[in-house]
Design a protein around this ligand. Structure first.
Ligand code: NAI
Length: 246
């Protein structure tokens, strides 16, 4: 399905990013596993992909560093020919109520989640425009759609991603490039493992399906949006959240 295409997945050494990398490789793409610090885990993802007959390579880069993002996209284009699919997945949270939130907590989260998305998208877009084809998929969050107490910084970054997605979708629509966002609900990863049992139970109560999702649920949505069949879908926010935001 994605044979001959090159996909860059940011923050792909674990969690949702790792599941997306594995899925796109299974679909036939050569997947560039971007990671910031966890080389061992990134290598493990690459190994798993290769054991299943897929193709993958690693690229270390902090997405909050504009020059490093440019270097990564230029490097991938030079070594592998193109960036056909970009999945902006790297993200962090520094949760806390507004009154206790420091400017550093706010800055760090927005820098990684929103600026990172901007840096990678800008660096990848030029090649896609030239090729008159491409897929950009940004991982937002249900928090960016509905808000979530304790996540002012994170929700702002994820809502920012939605405005960014819609704007870039409009700018690139005539160039054969689609730009969409996915808004996951609560997904079982390291990010949600930190939550107390009490918070997890309360969270599950807010979900019509009464359970957390799996990284593979997000990967399946990415696979669809990256496919040729999704060519007429752009500027959309696809909720994958067990019905949480509707
Ligand atoms: P995670 O914490 O397990 O993985 C995040 C990945 O991003 C890690 O591999 C980390 O190393 C990488 N990363 C962080 N900062 C980076 C940087 N500066 N440069 C490069 N890579 C960096 O989290 P998870 O749950 O897999 O989250 C993936 C994405 O999905 C994030 O954008 C997150 O905000 C979003 N999301 C997660 C939800 C959940 O319930 N787990 C819900 C909604 C959205």
């Amino acid at each position: 399905m994605l044979e001959g295409q090159v996909a860059v997945v940011t923050g792909a050494s674990r969690g949702i990013g790792a599941a997306i990398a594995k899925r796109l490789a299974m679909d036939g793409a050569l997947v560039i596993i971007n990671y910031q610090g966890s080389q061992e885990r990134a290598e493990q993802v690459k190994k798993e992909i290769e054991e299943n007959g897929g193709k993958a390579a690693l690229w270390q880069c902090n997405v909050a560093d504009a020059a490093a993002c440019q270097e990564m996209m230029d490097g991938v284009r030079k070594e592998y020919g193109a960036v056909d699919i970009l999945v902006n997945n790297a993200g962090i949270n520094r949760d806390g109520l507004l009154i206790a939130m420091t400017p550093e907590d706010f800055d760090q989260v927005v820098r990684t989640n929103l600026y990172g998305c901007f840096y990678c998208t800008k660096a990848a877009a030029r090649g896609m425009i030239r090729k008159r084809s491409g897929r950009i998929i940004n991982i937002s969050s249900v928090s960016g759609v509905m808000g979530n107490a304790g996540q002012a910084n994170y929700a702002a970054s994820k809502a920012g991603i939605i405005g960014f997605t819609k704007t870039v979708a409009r700018e690139l629509a005539g160039r054969g490039v689609t730009v969409n966002a996915i808004a996951p609900g609560f997904i079982e990863t390291d990010m949600t493992e930190k939550l107390s049992e009490e918070v997890r139970t309360a969270a599950a109560q807010q979900i019509p399906q009464k359970r957390f999702g799996k990284p593979e649920d997000i990967a399946a949505a990415v696979s669809f949006l990256a496919s040729a069949e999704a060519g007429y879908i752009t500027g959309q926010v696809l909720g994958v959240d067990g019905g949480m935001a509707m």
